[in-house]
Ligand binder design. Sequence first.
Ligand code: WQD
Length: 332
Amino acid sequence: MKILLTGGTGYIGSHTAVELINLGYEVELLDNLFNSKITVLDKIEEITGVKPVFHKVDLLDRAGLDKVMAEGHYDLVIHFAGMKAVGESVEKPLKYYENNIGGTINLLNSMKKYDVSKIIFSSSATVYGDQGVEEVKEDMQTGIGITNPYGRTKFMIEEILKDVSVANPEFQIVILRYFNPVGAHESGLLGEDPNDIPNNLMPIIMKVSTGELDKLKVYGDDYDTVDGTGMRDYIHVVDLARGHVAAMMKMEEGVSIYNLGTGEATSVLQMVAAFEKASGKKLPYEIVGRRAGDLGKIYANVEKAWRELDFKTELTIEDAMNDTINYLEHVE
Ligand code: WQD
């Protein structure tokens, strides 16, 4: 099977590429390198012995995309490419709608044109919005109370995929709703290394630990949670990558939707404590006000992925912290 990974040099794409190559699949990566580095190809080669074919193409470049699709003869596309900074999406909504939705429409049209009818889409728990429940399930309504354009692009793309499925019953579509990806490859060669200014918890903890930032601002300690700080379902990126492999094995016509999480929630202060334990050093932080749009606690109901994909996470928060620190020690 030949697989194209859009956004393939990114954090989740690169880890998924490693898992697929190690299983013997032929993998090609397509990325515009807006939020990733081409040196990731060398890291993938160092880990797997294979340097994947790379296409430096922006999904908004329809002609460039068609050329790749025409020559690639792919069996499956895993669509990771997308801008994902929640805060930035509020300031630049049109950039996010054009890039994430326009790029996806180009991709789907190119796939149809060249008879590629299998796609796995990188979606997000953010599509559940704020429905006043902590544990979210795939059959819940989505699109309600989403607080930012980034999250709305993910919701809208899910709706586009459902409409494409109605019009093209031969399409096999899987939507994977990620919770909070963390951690790094055990080799220390791959990890979260965004070009942009991160707003996610772990990249910020990483920058505090290296001294790039002087402290972590903890956004609120007055939530109805174990210690008042926000709680999320943090899934190790290697487990997340394996979830894509599990989904790929069970594709069928129509649209299938799965949560990819651990089913457990961890607070910000618990994450800080876990990082301190793994690093052996204190992490400076300050409790500040809540961040607009944040929920108190949200985590995945993981029964469907377990039942239908035989997928369960295996790695822990401790593994994620150890692997993150190992990555930081390797990054030049
Ligand atoms: C996690 C927790 C914050 C930063 C978003 C998107 C989701 C996905 C992951 C892309 C919250 C707290 C954070 C900081 C803090 N997107 N926090 N200080 O908001 O759950 O999800 O990112 O992959 O689609 O919605 O993730 O990492 O920003 O926040 O206290 O400096 O950490 O309040 O409780 P979030 P996050």
